[in-house]
Design a protein around this ligand. Structure first.
Ligand code: SAH
Length: 564
């Protein structure tokens, strides 16, 4: 069973640490989740590294990491994934699936309702001795009934964030808490970083005519900030003795919270870890937040991105896996298409070829599973069948799979076999064209494959099977009669034979040829030769794959040199 590490951000409050530990113990006692540990990324003990270390020591190599946060802000989007990335460096081979923030969720709204009611009746709820604190003259503890909700306004106080999307989540919870529960109204406020502040929201409620207000902290556990909510509410109450102001308890360690942890664990395991990114300031231009768009959330891109995470809805099959066969371009990591990059950002699993741009892997979220296609375990089946099977099974497990290939998936890439395998398995599949090395390698070496008045045709040919091979489908003699450009791929081993067959069938021996190796990469080099010499020259110069050979008069055009 996949181990669970519950990750908190840490607090200076001893009571908060105790409540966190009690919740971890409560989840563990349920016994239906396998191994459970909890740890903090800062301030409190035990540190996350001890929690992960304990799970690894007990043999776990794949974990669910659940950020114990109510909304998706900096901790959940940046700090906790960064801490997990450090754990992965510490424990090579460790993988984890990342759970989404706890709220909004009906279980939490029910708990908030109980905490508010406890404050109204004056009854003490579990956890702290502060529950249901009456802060001013009103007669707390006289057993206010549900009917009194109609005379009660609620100020729901969130932590506050520089991320408007996180603040909007608190506003959403306020609305959800109001709907159907009979309170006079529920207004959101924030203890830090966002407006309205606690005094501002209380003043707003007073002007709306509120006589009785329950301040409900939208916080999991005790801490410095919930204490500050109590203090600011008390100050406001002291200044307004005509008002009945009470502060509800935090959510705290309770069964409902444990139930929610179990639910988020199951979602993460199923790969269902999307969150709303339509209003993410890192992704969408919002008034006043232009500085955030396109900027990575430290230390990697928006981990909750749709499909995030980041959620590229066009390809998002909401809980169902999918496969995108993506052409990555010839090698450098900036020759992939925008669409391909977006799908890569959204992927849960990336199955990558050796010739695909390896630099792109560094930009993946830390929890993305990267599968080296060359190493896909294959029993008795062929490598391609094993890759097809891996694509299908990851997608069927609900994951967003990107099959990242070099160049274009349909140019000698077996991309269509993978598409066919997905289609037969009923897995949604899409193909994203890429920049093929067949056209890009000549271009990057300064050679246009066509040029007005010089070459009006270009033929892309696989040199994998030499002329005369029984399985060859190429009409080499027809190719020899063509006058334009021929681009040969996979021909390093066969170039001498191909050149002589082309000459034998009529192509001029002095036709210029350019070998282009490692196009677009720092190691790029090109070697020119005549057609009748290219075999010997390529061998002497040690031309190695990946390389293309460009044959034809375009090679002799004056150029400004390689355009790397
Ligand atoms: N689908 C790929 C081609 C796959 S076949 C595409 O569209 O580019 C592999 C062949 O592609 C190699 O043998 C080589 O001929 C060519 N190739 C791929 N990347 C290359 C690069 N960076 N430089 C030169 N040739 C490359």
């Amino acid at each position: 069973m996949t181990g669970l590490v519950i990750v908190g951000h840490g607090t200076r409050s001893a009571a908060g640490v105790e409540q966190f530990a009690a919740l971890v113990e409560r989840v563990r006692r349920r016994g239906d989740l396998g191994d459970v540990e909890g740890g903090f990324i800062e301030l409190s003990r035990p540190p996350l590294t001890d929690a992960v270390g304990a799970l690894v020591a007990r043999g776990h190599r794949a974990l669910v990491a659940l950020p114990l946060v109510l909304t998706g802000a900096g901790h959940g989007k940046g700090d906790i994934p960064a801490a997990m990335a450090r754990e992965q460096q510490r424990h090579p081979g460790l993988t984890y699936r990342y759970g989404r923030p706890l709220g909004p969720h009906p279980l939490l709204h029910d708990v908030l309702e109980q905490r508010i009611d406890a404050a109204l009746t004056g009854a003490s709820s579990a956890g702290t001795d502060r529950a249901g604190t009456g802060l001013s003259g009103a007669d707390a503890g006289t057993g206010l009934s549900g009917a009194d909700r109609a005379g009660t306004w609620v100020a729901l106080i969130g932590r506050g964030s520089t991320d408007p999307d996180a603040n909007a989540e608190v506003a959403k919870v306020a609305r959800l808490l109001w709907e159907g529960r009979g309170y006079a109204g529920v207004e959101p406020g924030f203890i830090s970083l966002a407006q309205p502040s606690v005094p501002a929201v209380l003043e707003r409620l007073r002007r709306l005519g509120a006589r009785r207000i329950v301040v409900a902290p939208y916080f999991l556990f005790a801490g410095v900030l919930p204490d500050r909510i109590v203090a600011q509410s008390a100050e406001f109450a002291a200044a307004h003795p005509d008002l009945d102001v009470r502060v509800a308890d935090v959510i705290g360690d309770c069964d409902a919270l444990a139930d929610l942890v179990v639910e988020r664990y199951a979602e993460a395991l199923g790969g269902d870890i999307r969150m709303n990114c339509d209003t993410c300031a890192y992704r969408v231009l919002m008034p006043g937040f232009a500085d955030k768009v396109g900027r990575p959330q430290r230390p990697h891109d928006h981990p909750d991105d749709p499909v995030g995470h980041h959620h590229h809805h066009g390809h998002d099959h909401h809980g169902h896996g999918s496969v995108a066969v993506v052409g990555g371009g010839p090698g450098p990591d900036d020759l992939i298409t925008v669409r391909g990059q977006a799908l890569l950002d959204a992927a849960d699993v990336v199955v990558v070829d050796r010739l695909a741009p390896q630099g792109l892997l560094a930009g993946l979220r830390p929890d993305v599973l990267v599968v080296d296609a060359a190493k896909v375990p294959r029993g008795p089946s062929m490598a391609q069948e094993a890759i097809n099977a891996a694509l299908v099974s990851h997608a069927k497990a609900g994951r967003r799979v990107v099959r990242l290939k070099g160049g274009d998936p349909y140019v000698f890439g077996r991309g269509h076999e993978e598409v066919q395998a997905c289609v037969s398995a009923g897995v949604p599949v899409t193909v994203v064209p890429g920049v093929s090395s067949a056209l890009a390698a000549p271009a990057l070496a300064g050679v246009p494959v066509t040029h007005r008045g010089v070459a009006h045709d270009v033929t892309v040919v696989s040199g994998h099977l030499p002329p005369g091979h029984p399985d060859s489908l190429v009409d080499w003699s027809a190719l020899a009669r063509a006058r334009g450009t021929v681009v040969l791929l996979m021909a390093v081993d066969t170039i001498a034979k191909i050149a002589s067959v082309l000459i034998e069938h009529g192509r001029a021996p002095q036709t210029p040829v350019l070998a282009v190796q490692d196009a677009g990469l720092p190691a790029q080099r090109s070697v020119p030769a005549r057609l009748d010499e290219i075999g010997a020259v390529a061998a002497r110069e040690g031309i190695r794959p990946p390389a293309v050979f460009v044959v034809g008069p375009v090679v002799a055009l004056p150029t400004t040199g390689p355009t790397v």
